[in-house]
Design a binder for this molecule. Sequence first.
Ligand SMILES: NC(=O)C1=CN([C@@H]2O[C@H](COP(=O)(O)OP(=O)(O)OC[C@H]3O[C@@H](n4cnc5c(N)ncnc54)[C@H](O)[C@@H]3O)[C@@H](O)[C@H]2O)C=CC1
Ligand code: BAL
Length: 519
Amino acid sequence: MTSVQVTIAATGKVLNVPTGLFINNEFVSSVDSQDKIECIDPATENAICSVTAGSATDIDLAVRAARNAFKTSWGKNVTGFERSRLLNKLADLMERDAQDLAELESLNNGKPVKIARDFDIGDSVACLRYYAGFADKIVGQTIEIDNKTKVAFTKHDPIGVCGQIIPWNYPIQMWAWKVAPALACGCTIVMKPSEFTPLTALKLSELIVEAGFPPGVVNTIPSLGSVGGAALSAHLDVDKIAFTGSTVTGRKILEAAAKSNLKKVSLELGGKSPQLVFESADLEEASKWAALGILYNTGQDCTAGSRVYVQDTVYDAFLEKLVEKAKALTISHAFDEKSGGGPVVSKVQYDKIWSYIDSGKQEGAKCILGGVKRSGKGYYVDPTSVRLLLIYALTAYAMTVFTEIRPDMKIVKDEIFGPVLSVGRFATEDEGIELANNTSYGLGAGLHSNDASQCMRVSQALEAGTVWVNQYNLLYNNVPFGGKKQSGIGRELGSHALDEYTSVKAIHWNYGEKLDWPL
Ligand SMILES: NC(=O)C1=CN([C@@H]2O[C@H](COP(=O)(O)OP(=O)(O)OC[C@H]3O[C@@H](n4cnc5c(N)ncnc54)[C@H](O)[C@@H]3O)[C@@H](O)[C@H]2O)C=CC1
Ligand code: BAL
């Protein structure tokens, strides 16, 4: 069986969801495995359905399909104009199905339908259209040579077959960030969604067929990371891996690439991103951005602003505002259109977050908000009787706040990937910068100040791929995104993503010079 009917209990809607492996535009069974992946609704802990878990052999078949498409119907055999047309068609279909996709995403991931539809899917549709615009504008250079009868020029060729390994925190959006630039450049794809959230990647595969992409251009293999992800990373006929996920797994992928065929690798990894609040800042605004930074997507965000450092002179006033923001409003379940918050994705993530909250207490940090488990079903990290809401696109989330922190504490050093905020203090600008940069990560950073010179100085000094000034966590499809230090290699979004999916070929042309022989 390669599809099931899934009923969305909250709306009564019945969706047909593919459950097979998607290879050559068809949903098929595994060739050599009976393994299944159980998909769980994190709000109820109930099973939704199970999907086929691809084996290493299935990955190999998908890579062969992608290679064949690359050599025949895609790659250099299709014009940029046609790639653009198909990407735009895919965007239209995603927009048409936004509500169904959002409901399926919410069911499998736990995030509010409204957020999934208006932000994750809205942004994904825009991402497909943004790269559709690039597909017919991938151009090289003509380069003058020190010789009157010679010229050189460059062509940006599609890199080939791409393995794309994505996480569970933004299943549709990370799919779009990876698929759109790869297809625009003429690459073919073997997509491995997270084993926690494979359903929307499978549903999107139906749209690949409907949009008219030739068989083998996009293949989707749900699989465990240690099976399908590892097989893709080590495959000798995969030209590139694009990955979003943990730093631990990123390291394994880089190692597998080094030990196999030296495939190109781009990594978008973890973070422990700081926000600095200076005394000149608008504290009302800064407190909202600080709360947004840790609450958005229930803190399951690679750029979550999980450390906030506040200048001594405004520390108490800022903290009061932050707590006030957090306590102000309420949240409800994900299928409520007004809801801003949901459960975290899985039992594993739930347990991880609570173990960090416990460690914060044990290591002597002061828990000033949250920190107590609620009872009942669902992986809600909704820690107190106080329900919290942040007004950002009607987003509502709960959080735990620790103060009196030290740099050696686990809650200050490690990526928690949940709504747990550490708040520290500093006296001088230099001290603030030093605290902010005291991490092995370098993904995002924020600063809040009304002193323009300070904004310029500090944004230069912060060691991060993205720095937000007087705001936080907003990303745009046309602005590059990626990490420094152990937060990653390469850039997604913007025109820079095209570099990740192309290989520059230099062509040297002689139109007149005769070679003197012998030399
Ligand atoms: N940067 C980000 O956006 C993300 C960061 N994380 C961090 O990672 C922590 C653990 O979450 P996980 O789901 O376990 O992350 P993960 O990095 O293991 O999973 C992400 C993807 O990598 C795949 N994968 C796992 N092992 C692999 C391997 N050996 N080779 C190739 N692919 C492999 C998974 O199947 C999934 O598709 C989270 O608590 C969070 O701190 C998780 C997801 C996204
Ligand atoms: N927020 C950007 C993507 C990510 O969290 O993985």
